[in-house]
Write a protein that binds this ligand. Sequence first.
Ligand SMILES: *[C@@H]1O[C@H](CO)[C@@H](O)[C@H](O)[C@H]1NC(C)=O
Ligand SMILES: *[C@@H]1O[C@H](CO)[C@@H](O)[C@H](O)[C@H]1NC(C)=O
Ligand SMILES: *[C@@H]1O[C@H](CO)[C@@H](O)[C@H](O)[C@H]1NC(C)=O
Ligand SMILES: *[C@@H]1O[C@H](CO)[C@@H](O)[C@H](O)[C@H]1NC(C)=O
Ligand SMILES: *[C@@H]1O[C@H](CO)[C@@H](O)[C@H](O)[C@H]1NC(C)=O
Ligand SMILES: *[C@@H]1O[C@H](CO)[C@@H](O)[C@H](O)[C@H]1NC(C)=O
Ligand SMILES: *[C@@H]1O[C@H](CO)[C@@H](O)[C@H](O)[C@H]1NC(C)=O
Ligand SMILES: *[C@@H]1O[C@H](CO)[C@@H](O)[C@H](O)[C@H]1NC(C)=O
Ligand SMILES: *[C@@H]1O[C@H](CO)[C@@H](O)[C@H](O)[C@H]1NC(C)=O
Ligand SMILES: *[C@@H]1O[C@H](CO)[C@@H](O)[C@H](O)[C@H]1NC(C)=O
Length: 499
Amino acid sequence: MILIQILLFHLILDLALSFHSIDDYGAIPNVNSNDAAHANTMAMVKALSAANQDPSDREVLLPKGNTYYVFNMTATNLVNVIFRIEGTYIVSDNISEWENIMGHPPPIPEVHSGSLNIWNSTNITITGGGSIIGQGYTWWIYVWFNGSHADHRPYLVHMVHCKDIEIYNLYLKNSPYYHLNLEDMLNVHIHDIDIHVDIDKQKELLKKFGGWNKELDLPTFPLNTDGIDPSGKNFLIENVKMDLFDDAVAVKPSNSAPGRYSNCSQDMVVRNVTTLFTVGMAIGSLTNDPLTNCIRNITFENITMYLPLKGIHVKTNPKTSDGIGIIDSITYRNMHLIGSIWMPIYIGPQQQQQPGTSGTGCSWLYPIKDQCPTNPNVQISNILLEDITLEGSLLWPGTINCDPESKCKNMTFKNVYNSGPFLLMPIYECHYAEGIKSGSNLLPLECLDIDSGNQNIKPLRMENPYLKLREVFPSSKLDEIGSPNWQKLKELKIKYLQN
Ligand SMILES: *[C@@H]1O[C@H](CO)[C@@H](O)[C@H](O)[C@H]1NC(C)=O
Ligand SMILES: *[C@@H]1O[C@H](CO)[C@@H](O)[C@H](O)[C@H]1NC(C)=O
Ligand SMILES: *[C@@H]1O[C@H](CO)[C@@H](O)[C@H](O)[C@H]1NC(C)=O
Ligand SMILES: *[C@@H]1O[C@H](CO)[C@@H](O)[C@H](O)[C@H]1NC(C)=O
Ligand SMILES: *[C@@H]1O[C@H](CO)[C@@H](O)[C@H](O)[C@H]1NC(C)=O
Ligand SMILES: *[C@@H]1O[C@H](CO)[C@@H](O)[C@H](O)[C@H]1NC(C)=O
Ligand SMILES: *[C@@H]1O[C@H](CO)[C@@H](O)[C@H](O)[C@H]1NC(C)=O
Ligand SMILES: *[C@@H]1O[C@H](CO)[C@@H](O)[C@H](O)[C@H]1NC(C)=O
Ligand SMILES: *[C@@H]1O[C@H](CO)[C@@H](O)[C@H](O)[C@H]1NC(C)=O
Ligand SMILES: *[C@@H]1O[C@H](CO)[C@@H](O)[C@H](O)[C@H]1NC(C)=O
């Protein structure tokens, strides 16, 4: 009897504690070599495959206290699997070996793959309290130096066509490219993760290779280290902290290509997110397409952004084909942006130029430099900004640059309070936006037709938000990086006003 009890006890214990540790599949912890990284890559593939076939134990473990160098692992057709990353997953930065794996030279146009790839899978959880470290620096310098024709930087995590996904309790750092690229997904919950890019290192690099405006002491070049790039349907992204120099969240379109979960990227909520720097809570970029690129019903709420380059960011791309694009029903609510470096609100053509390319046609300096063609085939409608406080916006309050033919339809600005210094321009740059404004300031008369009055504008509220910032992002060397050259900006403003 006792024996049976002991056996039962062990059985239950085994069941409760059982998992597929990658160490049991040939992983080599704590060694930084190609051989170890290849072994670890294959160990993860095997462990995930074993868990996927195991009738009872569906969990894969990357053990705590260990570090594993990895190249690219791909798992497909997983169902009901948990990947518990308790230790440290490090993407190998041996670019020569990556090129042996991925092929050289990289194809044009660029094709990016991930390090941790999961495709065509259902009910997958990635968690564990550990870290996924990208070692992006080696790639950034490589790409900058060699031009974008050498660019196949990996995403940290790349999931395609997966449903019922949860990603939580993880720390992601220095991805060579986007951190989480989640394409054509259905039902995704991302929460309680931190995403961190070493922006001091990026600054150093940008300065060295000319991606930093020395005069203004501001970054002019994004290294595409986006935080989260979702597409598909039904996402909830919440309780996230991130500091990086590119889009925090950038919702990518879907279209009616066969086999997708949704013909439109839609029904997403992003809430309770705190950021430092970043190029915003972004929609797009999106261009028109014969299959109709579409983003619809996306809500960003309860978001605090410190020193964003851009904060509220809706971006289109130039027309390259037939067909239309749709950006519809986008809500930004209850947001607080502090010390926006470039402009806190940007709705218009994407301003981007990768090294070695000619860019997208819209000047980084628009509207200072009046070059920014719009796309008449992208229809922008029902954009709502509500209860938005923008404090200390450095250069100007915002840009709304819509197409003269298609216009931006039914835009609502409700309690969007914007405060300067606005060193370059005191009002929004605004073209062809139709809609309503109330309780919002600095929108020129002709911008948004119906103005129900600018009364009840909240008073300027500057209670030294930077103190809070230091609490939330204690490791940032803000004295160095977050202090634009005010004197130069003032001189530039004078120059600008004289022209
Ligand atoms: C890594 O990527 C290469 C190129 O796409 C592919 O051939 C290879 O199968 C991938 N390796 C793994 C383990 O997924
Ligand atoms: C999802 O997978 C987990 C882990 O294997 C399992 O416990 C859970 O029951 C699965 N959910 C559904 C709806 O099948
Ligand atoms: C990087 O990979 C290359 C190509 O496989 C190899 O020759 C070299 O020894 C590796 N470097 C290191 C530091 O492991
Ligand atoms: C995922 O499934 C699609 C459709 O069945 C297929 O075309 C694609 O090759 C699969 N991808 C992988 C990586 O298995
Ligand atoms: C540029 O590419 C070459 C050839 O692949 C490589 O040897 C070199 O290290 C790269 N430059 C930088 C700065 O990474
Ligand atoms: C917001 O997210 C932070 C983590 O970034 C978390 O500590 C906090 O509890 C969340 N707040 C709410 C109301 O969920
Ligand atoms: C997506 O499919 C639905 C149902 O077929 C259709 O009503 C809708 O117009 C399509 N949307 C787009 C953007 O193609
Ligand atoms: C918009 O998305 C939310 C979830 O993000 C969903 O609850 C709501 O039903 C969607 N609205 C429409 C009109 O589809
Ligand atoms: C957003 O924050 C407000 C307080 O500022 C709170 O009342 C509300 O519940 C929060 N909403 C969400 C969706 O977190
Ligand atoms: C205009 O936009 C607002 C807010 O997004 C929405 O509530 C309203 O229904 C829209 N009006 C029309 C006519 O679509």
